[in-house]
Design a protein around this ligand. Sequence first.
Ligand SMILES: Cc1cc2nc3c(=O)[nH]c(=O)nc-3n(C[C@H](O)[C@H](O)[C@H](O)COP(=O)(O)OP(=O)(O)OC[C@H]3O[C@@H](n4cnc5c(N)ncnc54)[C@H](O)[C@@H]3O)c2cc1C
Ligand code: FES
Length: 363
Amino acid sequence: MFNRLFRRTPSEYNFRITPADIEIRVSSKETLLQAALHQGVPFPYNCRAGGCGECKCRLVEGKVKELTDKSYLLSAEELKENYILACQSIPKSDVVVEVTLEKGRPEHPIVETSGTITKLKPLTHDILHVAMGLDQPMTYTAGQYAEIILPAELKPGAGESRSYSFACASSQDGRADQLDFFIRKVPGGAFTEWLFSQTKVGTKLHVRGPYGNFYLRPGTQPIVCIAGGSGLAPMKAILEQAHQDKKSTRDVVFFFGARTQADLYCLDEIEQIRRNWTGRFEFVPILSAEPENSTWQGRRGLITDHLQPVVGERIAQHQAYLCGPPPMIDSCLVEFSRCGMDSSQIHFDKFLDRSHLVQRQTV
Ligand SMILES: Cc1cc2nc3c(=O)[nH]c(=O)nc-3n(C[C@H](O)[C@H](O)[C@H](O)COP(=O)(O)OP(=O)(O)OC[C@H]3O[C@@H](n4cnc5c(N)ncnc54)[C@H](O)[C@@H]3O)c2cc1C
Ligand code: FES
């Protein structure tokens, strides 16, 4: 009772978004992005963790507390012009920001529900297929992700969340009673170490979602897909969804990067997508650490070494989708830019984790 009397109640502020001229309320306990998303404003974003820069906006009026250092994501000019990351900014007064809102993004209600693990199947030595039956259905678009909320018994970390991409297409109306994830064990990782050692079929978890703007854009251009490790999850879901929605007429080259043959998985599922695809579909697995003297007849090295040789001179006319470890994505982005691809045609989800984010924390 005493504690409750002296606990500071969160303040509420006005939050105006220009030039769309939308005004919402934001509390001092949430980020500007959280307030926008919860109130249905199509604010641009992706990782929600201060790692992708997609939520950058110009602070026109007001004060915010920033949770991480933004200087490595924003240019010197943007910093001078008072740009902030909405996912890392908590209001300290009424605020006005300038940002172009997204058009055409999948808009689904954010659902928070509990679910029960129904399947834990190893796909490789360090990737698990985790299926979860939901107590309340969630509607999503293939390519998006959900947050798993870390359970109370996990110390430290309880109450934090981790993002995982949906590994399967949703049903025709987007509604899912079960979620499937491909989760890689990260050495020293709070959630994945626990998941791999402590969970079993029947374990209850809480999830929240869907989030993200990684999804198949409309168009007729050919597509280059690049997945690394557990980054296969959203790529497989996107391709399955395209086939399901009868949008599989575009030509596809699909690169799957892994270390060795033992790290390749879901090859039967990919072959099934390939067989059902109406356009041309080329699947190109590439191994970076396969022993020289093994039976592997396929390509070796890094994806960047094979991009132009496989896709050809017309690479810049493609639309690109990339998902997986940040270094793989960064090096492919450099290669796409070298080949003259317009950045508006490149869509990616970096699987950022705390090792990428903590060194930048300022509070
Ligand atoms: C949009 C999005 C989608 C994603 N989808 C997937 C997916 O489908 N599948 C998948 O496998 N992953 C996915 N991820 C990654 C996932 O969200 C987690 O980050 C990952 O599983 C690690 O979680 P963890 O709790 O095990 O590790 P964490 O506890 O977050 O630790 C990660 C690493 O950081 C290190 N670390 C922790 N604290 C510190 C510190 N203070 N200083 C330095 N290093 C530290 C740990 O030792 C570990 O190596 C996605 C990420 C994003 C942003
Ligand atoms: S959504 Fe804010 S940095 Fe990625």
